[in-house]
Design a protein around this ligand. Sequence first.
Ligand SMILES: *[C@@H]1O[C@H](CO)[C@@H](O)[C@H](O)[C@H]1NC(C)=O
Length: 176
Amino acid sequence: MLYLVTSLFFGVAFVAGQECNFGDLETFVGFDPEKYLGTWYEHYRSPNPEEESYVGCEFDQYFKSDIGISVLSVAYSKPAVRSFEVSSGIIANYTDNTFFLQYFNDPTWSSEYTVLGTDYTTYSIVGGCLGNSDPLVWIASHEKEMTDEGKESVVAILEKMNLNIDDLETVDQSFC
Ligand SMILES: *[C@@H]1O[C@H](CO)[C@@H](O)[C@H](O)[C@H]1NC(C)=O
């Protein structure tokens, strides 16, 4: 019986883990990387082991460069190193609702991300799996503090995904 339960569990996990899939929730279309340029401060994220030591001041800057649309990702890390970690890369390619970030020296974060919603200013909800099967979400805006308007839009989109913003981790940008 235990064997049966175990194999059933792994069977389900295997199917679900085949790809990073947001299913019917991929309702956002028309992603335009040119409109996405600028600084995105992270406000909320799914708790995940990769960011456990990143306590705040975490942002991504997208800008035009000779090689296309570049990205500079910055995060303050503590207590591991107590310093700002910086990764640079490019948007290698994109579709109507995804973009692939290729960092030059950072395999963990080089991955495809799904745009779950954005108005290009007050909020952005990006999902990704970092090569695993569990979908994670990151919520950001152009301001260090999210506006009520931005938060309302995010809450409504997360609701459709059966996610509650209160279950996400907050990111302190005040010392940024
Ligand atoms: C996008 O770029 C990444 C990184 O270079 C690559 O692995 C992937 O195959 C590309 N996807 C498409 C659809 O071109």
